[in-house]
Each structure stands twice: as C-alpha cells, then as structure tokens.
Ligand binder design. Structure first.
Ligand SMILES: [Zn+2]
Length: 312
C-alpha cells in the first residue's frame, strides 16, 4: 500500500529571459511546461484533501507515484503563468502567499535581497557596502565586529555560494532587526526602485486573484504574515504571525480549524508546532528535501523536494 507522496516546491515561474531580472533564481516557463509533461506521464497528482483523508487512517492508501505541487510566496507568476496550466491539466496547486506582501503592498525583505542580488552580481561589492554602513548603526545597536560576522555562520547550502549565504543570513536574521530592515531598504531603493508599492503590485498576487484560484479548486494556505524565520522569533511573535495570517486566509473562506502551513525558509521549532496544534493546523510543509511518507513523517513537518530535484 502506497503512503508516499512527492511534494514539490516552486517559487518564481516566469519567462526569465524576457523579464526585467533575468538573473533572478527561478524556473523558466519552458522548463515548467516540460516538468508538467513529465509529472503527467510519471505521477498521479493528488490534492491536499487526499492527504488529509490518508492521514485520517493508516488504512487509506495514496495512488502510486503521488505528487503534490506547492508554490511559495504568492507571486503574480503563480496566477498568470502557473494557474492556467494547472487548471487545464486538472492539477491542484497549493499556494502559500505571505499576507503582508498582498495586503500592504510591501516587498518582503527576502525578495528585496533576491532582486538586489539579481541586479548586482558582484556579491563581494554588496558585502563591502553593507559592512561600510554598519558603523552608522553601531552606537545605537549592539553590533558584532565584521570578523565575527564573517566567521560566525559558515553554512553549507544546496544552491548558493558562501558569499551569497553570508549576505542573505546577515540581512535575513543575524543583524538586529531594525538595522537589517534599514539596510535592505537602502539597497533596494538604490539598486531596484524607490517605488516599493508599485513593485509589490507587480510582484505579488492580489486578493482577487488568490480568490479566483481558490474558486477554481486551487488550495490556499498560510506562509505567515511577514515572512520571518519563525524559529528565530519569540513565541509571542510566532502567535502574532500565525494569527494574522489566519485572519488573511479567512477572507477566502478558509476556516480557522482547517488550514495548512508552509514555513517561511522552512523554519519551525517545537514552540511553533505546539501553537499550530493549538490552532488546528492540519498539515505543515518544510524544505527538507525528500519524499514524504505519511506513516513515518509527522503531518506538521512534511518534507518537500525542490523543483530542481525533478527532471525538466
Ligand atoms: Zn517563502
């Protein structure tokens, strides 16, 4: 009896070559179409409901070669490029927008960093610029020395080179929050645009677009409110992030006792898992790259493959 499901994670899916930021890390339309062909010939696509049904009893099998497609961050790519293709193939996609990006027309810091990196390939120059700005903040905030930052989080990553990881970690979580937000804002304004709201409207889906996908059978779940590392914030912040995202989902008729979670950056800890139990979250998706098994994996921490792990 099959209890395995291949859950695949996507971010940008766009005509990269003809976009304003061809260097942004994403999947081209051509590769996405080829991947969909491969999925249709080699897998059976299932829905979140199929997973919930199988989780309700160990006797309920999944179809052989089950696959579930998930799309993070709520990009307008998903409405414009992905949704029509999935709908025409009869495949349910699972979409996880960050509420703040959609509601407040703010560009998530994670995305600002990506676009700056796509526009300025010289990462060493960007790092120098960031380190040159740090003294301005040193008196007000307890900042480490440059050497401490350089040596403290050497971390292997599947796709990114070390300098990119260093810059991302500094600006995503290592510097004190007000400092990193301000530095990311400065970089984005300098290298990308001063009109953040216009950029956000271009980058993310609107409420109406998300609602349209939901009415066509697509699944919409939580990706937190402001896309923070939920395992690097206090429990009270975890609760605010989750509850505000549930408020956002309720606009689409999603019940507060029947919802799914996709952890921003894959970050979770035991305190967050307790909170999700309490808030009646049904399924959680991580970024641990392997095939999920509904008997062995906890339903709140199901692993997902990256789109790059599948042939295309
Ligand atoms: Zn995300």
């Amino acid at each position: 009896m099959n209890r395995n499901v291949t859950i695949v994670m996507y971010h940008y899916v766009r005509d990269l070559q003809r976009s304003r930021f061809p260097a942004i890390k994403g999947l081209s339309m051509e590769r996405f179409r080829r991947q969909l062909d491969h999925i249709q010939s080699s897998y059976t696509s299932i829905t979140v409901n199929d997973i919930l049904l199988a989780l309700s009893s160990p006797e309920v099998p999944l179809p052989p070669n089950s696959i579930l497609l998930t799309f993070d961050d709520g990009y307008s790519d998903h409405f414009t490029n992905v949704f029509p293709l999935l709908d025409s193939c009869g495949i349910q996609g699972c979409f996880f927008p960050s509420a703040q990006a959609v509601l407040e027309h703010r560009v998530l810091d994670a995305n600002k960093i990506q676009f700056v990196l796509a526009a300025i390939p010289d990462v060493a120059k960007l790092l120098e610029e960031v380190f040159a700005w740090l003294p301005e903040y040193r008196t007000k905030h307890a900042l480490e020395t440059r050497e401490v930052y350089l040596n403290s989080f050497i971390e292997k990553h599947r796709y990114d080179p070390p300098a990119v990881i260093l810059l991302k970690r500094l600006l995503q979580r290592e510097l004190p929050e007000p400092v990193r937000k301000e530095i990311v804002r400065r970089l984005f304004a300098k290298y990308i645009t001063a009109d953040e709201a216009a950029f956000a409207c271009e980058l993310y889906m609107s409420v109406d677009q998300i609602d349209c996908m939901r009415r066509h059978g697509m699944h919409i779940g939580s990706h937190g409110y402001s896309h923070v590392w939920l395992n690097h914030v206090p429990a009270a912040t975890q609760a605010i992030e989750v509850d505000r995202s549930l408020e956002f989902l309720s606009a689409f008729g999603i019940q507060k006792n029947d919802w799914t979670m996709c952890y921003p950056y894959g970050g979770f800890d035991s305190s967050l898992l307790h909170l999700l139990e309490d808030r009646k979250c049904r399924v959680g998706f991580t970024v641990e790259a392997r095939i999920a098994n509904l008997d062995k994996d906890s339903r709140l921490t199901l692993p997902r493959l990256d789109t790059n792990d599948l042939p295309s």
